[in-house]
Design a protein around this ligand. Structure first.
Ligand code: ACO
Length: 151
């Protein structure tokens, strides 16, 4: 397992990570929006009520009390593979100033561990071509193609 730098911890998302800049970290991915605390709580509480299938983890810089990296695994329940479970990794984000410190790798290791513990027979994700080397370093291999339809 990759070691975290001194003063960093990896742990499940917390309600007051809103104040610790969790949404700011996601801005490296895409447009996040301007959620109020109330909107944040609506989504946070939904995920909490579904914590048998949604797991969002965060890395916190404890000295600065600030979130620096995050990621989610969603456990899908199938009929195939004998009611098999598939883990979907989503929204892996490392603060722009904190990339290259193995935080992304540490997030993926933690999410793979959760997926395996929950009984998933595989864990999959979609990524851009430029991130393929990163996910290969995390133990993933390229399969199939991603398709999208925008409403
Ligand atoms: N090309 C080649 N190698 C890479 C790349 C890359 N683009 N990114 C990381 N690596 C390598 C590192 O060099 C390192 O290799 P090493 O172990 O030989 O030293 C290894 O992968 C692990 O790298 P980390 O330091 O853990 O990478 P980082 O913490 O920067 O996280 C991430 C990588 C998540 C892609 C980060 O750069 C990021 O947040 N980027 C912007 C948002 C993004 O693209 N997120 C992923 C979207 S896909 C999804 O969410 C499913």
């Amino acid at each position: 397992q990759a070691a975290l730098p001194e003063g960093y911890t990896v742990r499940p998302l917390r309600e007051n990570d809103y104040e610790r800049g969790f949404l700011k970290v996601l801005e490296v991915l895409t447009e996040v929006g301007t959620q109020t605390k109330e909107q944040w709580l609506e989504r946070f509480n939904y995920l909490k009520q579904h914590n048998h299938e949604y797991f969002t983890i965060a890395i916190c810089n404890e000295h600065e009390n600030r979130i620096v990296a995050a990621g989610t695994i969603f456990v899908e329940r199938k009929f195939v593979h004998n009611n098999g479970l598939v883990g979907h990794i989503e929204d892996i984000a490392v603060d722009a100033n904190q990339q290259g410190k193995k935080l992304g790798l540490r997030i993926i290791e933690a999410l793979k561990y959760i997926g395996a513990k929950k009984g998933c027979y595989k864990v999959i994700l979609d990524c851009s071509a430029k991130n393929i080397p990163f996910y290969e370093k995390c133990g993933f291999t390229q399969k199939e193609y991603e398709m999208a339809w925008y409403v």
